[in-house]
Design a protein around this ligand. Structure first.
Ligand SMILES: [Zn+2]
Length: 295
């Protein structure tokens, strides 16, 4: 008896919303009309591509482990370039979707880089195994050029083709083709000192590079008038780096110097400010800053 009563009560309860539905006035019901989106008649001029930046990474792993990390975990990238003698570039995330490759950091005024960038992972071990712990219990603060593993020639050709294509399609400013270290200098050092930025610039027209004559000019200028720490830090910010405003070269700001050197003076990345580093930075600012690339 009790069972039947419960069943009856449940049936009554379940039927209530149905009754409510039936008695809803017609005006509140969803319309069956279908509207058309007109994409032809009017066009806005105030618009730009969502993709502004290309970020290059190395995976610190071999092919098998890189695939596992990038396809099963929370880290991802739009493209993967393996260390393999084939003609393939692997697309892991469609360009229209976000890949989770950049993390915290910023460059050129943007801070949520995953929203506005294409991430490319290159299979490369990063620091040679014998040097992985070289910074612990040593006088070294940063890995020198010789500690990095070089990239395979075929990988560089694949990177060149891919980056050229993406940069062209989204009209990406040369200086917004960066390494992970450029946007997160206190967390990351990839793609490291052996990533051939200068070659990509001179052989394929990819990314930013300074003119030697400008560098020489600024080296002479620095001899005449030594810039203050504040001025040097401002020059980093002008180029796009997130640089703090302290009046000293603390670890955080030296990490920025190191990231910059990995990119633009890879044979001698020290994390210490010097005349050549500053002259390169000034030469880059002369050539690239002022371009309206924020919008
Ligand atoms: Zn990275």
């Amino acid at each position: 008896m009790a069972k039947n009563f419960t069943a009856l009560a449940l049936a009554t309860f379940l039927s209530l919303p149905l009754i409510g539905c039936i008695t809803t006035p017609k005006a509140q019901m969803a319309t069956t009309e279908s509207f058309v989106i007109d994409t032809e008649t009017y066009q806005s001029t105030g618009k730009s591509e969502r993709i502004k930046t290309i970020v290059l990474h190395y995976t610190v792993s071999d092919n098998a482990r890189s695939i596992k990390l990038l396809t099963r975990g929370k880290v991802s990238a739009h493209y993967l370039i393996m260390d393999k003698n084939d003609n393939k570039i692997y697309s892991l995330v469609p360009e229209s979707e976000r890949a989770w490759h950049a993390g915290d950091g910023g460059f050129a005024g943007r801070t949520i880089l995953n929203d506005t960038s294409i991430g490319i992972e290159i299979v490369n071990k990063g620091i040679k195994p014998q040097y992985r712990n070289a910074l612990k219990n040593s006088e070294l603060d940063y890995h020198p050029y010789s500690h990095f593993v070089k990239f395979d020639e075929l990988q560089i050709k694949k990177v060149a083709q891919l980056v050229q294509d993406i940069a062209q399609r989204y009209d990406i400013s040369p200086k917004n083709i960066i390494g992970h270290a450029d946007l997160a200098p206190s967390r990351k050092i990839d793609p490291g000192a052996k990533f051939p930025w200068q070659r990509l610039y001179s052989e394929y027209g990819i990314g930013a590079w300074y003119d030697e004559a400008d560098k020489q000019y600024f080296m002479q200028q620095v001899q005449l008038a030594t810039p203050t720490i504040r001025e040097v830090k401002q020059a980093f910010r002008d180029y796009g780096y997130q640089m703090n405003t302290t009046d000293v070269w603390d670890k955080e700001s030296r990490n920025v110097i190191y990231a910059f050197q990995l990119h633009f003076r890879p044979l001698k990345p020290t994390g210490i400010m010097d005349i050549e580093t500053y002259a390169i930075l000034k030469a880059l600012n002369k050539k690239y800053v002022g371009r309206d690339d924020f919008y």
